[in-house]
Design a protein around this ligand. Structure first.
Ligand code: XIL
Length: 373
């Protein structure tokens, strides 16, 4: 009698488990069927995305679900830039950056700090420093305070962002003007001291282009010869559909890694809208006319297919050089969030990323996942 009731209970429990499992697989509103990017590329490189303030604060459930499912690295899109984190000479605001670091810690996601020294999105007070000693003091205080706070808590730092012109010479920034060309080496020296447990990177756009690349290599060698640590170079990767410079990218991976550096693709997006210049200078703008926003009511499948082939070609290269390519970071979670809806013309409808505005995977997503099948 006792034996029979135990069997009935066991059979009942087994049936419940079966029901629960089939419900999970087939039922509505359950987890999405698409594979997780971070799982797919687990053995190859980190796969990251840039996130904004609302996403750090988990305000959008769908964005949060996508971030947690697909990415094992995060870069703050804006909130660690000088104008946010260091708004006045004696004033730092770590509210959002502390939240980001905590979000990464609790979800086991690596954070990369972006960025310590950049001429753009620099606080007004710093931009206006005319005196060399004041600029030196700002430079040292800023790097030391920010980098030390997150030492070892971030995987790495974009120590210097965009110090070069297209021809490989140094950009005429407020740092070059006040501090001279050694400011890049000095920034790395200060970051190394303040943050010995995090990696240190130089980051730029178009530094896969031969002339700018040569300038970048010169900059890196100068840092190395000074006996200062630099761990990697970031190629931002803001490219255009149908015009991805594959050959330059491959040569760049080879040449940067020959310097003993890790290579990272740090701000990847492949935009689809008309542009009359190359690169990602946030200060550069374009005028709108009747042809500049062609896909406001939807994008032709042919363009999405070309974009899928471009992403596929890129990831093929990243996989070929996976010993050197340590990270690939998309610049935004989905098309709706992309900065390319607002730059270089405000109010356009762009489609540069792997997830559409409803967080559904696009053809580009499936093309890169298929490489690992
Ligand atoms: C962009 C952000 O995505 C925008 O939200 C902001 O208005 C301007 O900056 N290169 C970089 C990034 O290094 O920090 C820039 O991010 C894009 C170009």
């Amino acid at each position: 009698m006792k034996h029979r009731s135990v069997s009935i209970i066991l059979i009942g429990a087994f049936a419940c488990v079966l029901l629960a499992c089939s419900g999970n697989k087939g039922g509505k509103g359950t987890a999405k069927a698409e594979p997780s990017l971070k799982e797919v590329f687990k053995k190859d490189f980190l796969i990251g995305t840039a996130i904004n303030a609302g996403q750090i604060q988990e305000k959008d459930a769908k964005a949060n679900e996508t971030i947690l499912k697909h990415f094992n690295q995060l870069t703050p899109e804006n909130i660690m830039k000088c104008e946010v984190i260091h708004p006045g000479w004696d004033k730092y605001d770590f509210t959002l950056s502390d939240q980001l670091v905590e979000y990464g810690r609790k979800n086991n996601i690596a954070i990369v700090g972006h960025t310590l020294i950049w001429h753009s999105q620099l606080s007004g007070f710093a931009r206006q420093l005319k005196n060399v000693d004041s600029m030196k003091m700002f430079f040292e205080n800023h790097i030391t305070t920010v980098a030390a706070r997150y030492d070892g808590k971030v995987k790495g730092w974009d120590v210097v962002n965009e110090a070069l012109n297209e021809d490989g010479t140094m950009r005429k920034s407020v740092f070059l003007e006040r501090l001279g060309p050694d400011f890049v080496t000095e920034a790395f020296r200060l970051a190394q001291k303040a943050s010995p447990k995090s990696e240190l990177y130089y980051n730029d756009y178009n530094n896969e282009q031969p002339k700018k690349r040569a300038g970048c290599i010169e900059l890196v060698k100068k840092i190395q010869v000074a006996g200062v640590r630099i761990d990697g170079v970031g190629i931002q990767g803001h490219w255009h559909v149908g015009r991805v410079p594959f050959k330059d990218i491959e040569e760049s991976i080879q040449q940067y890694s020959a310097l003993g550096l890790k290579v990272m693709f740090t701000e990847l997006d492949i935009e689809v809208l008309p542009r009359n210049f190359q690169g990602a200078d946030v200060g550069q703008r374009m005028t709108a006319d009747s042809t500049t926003n062609p896909y406001k009511n939807g994008i032709p499948d042919s363009v999405l297919q070309q974009q899928a082939r471009d992403y596929e070609g890129l990831f093929k290269l990243f996989l070929k050089y996976k010993e050197h390519v340590t990270r690939v970071t998309l610049w935004g979670v989905n098309d709706g969030q992309s900065w390319l809806n607002g730059w270089p013309i405000r109010g356009r409808t762009n489609y540069p990323l792997l997830f559409d505005r409803a967080f559904n995977p696009k053809p580009a997503f499936y093309s890169i996942v298929a490489l690992k099948k």
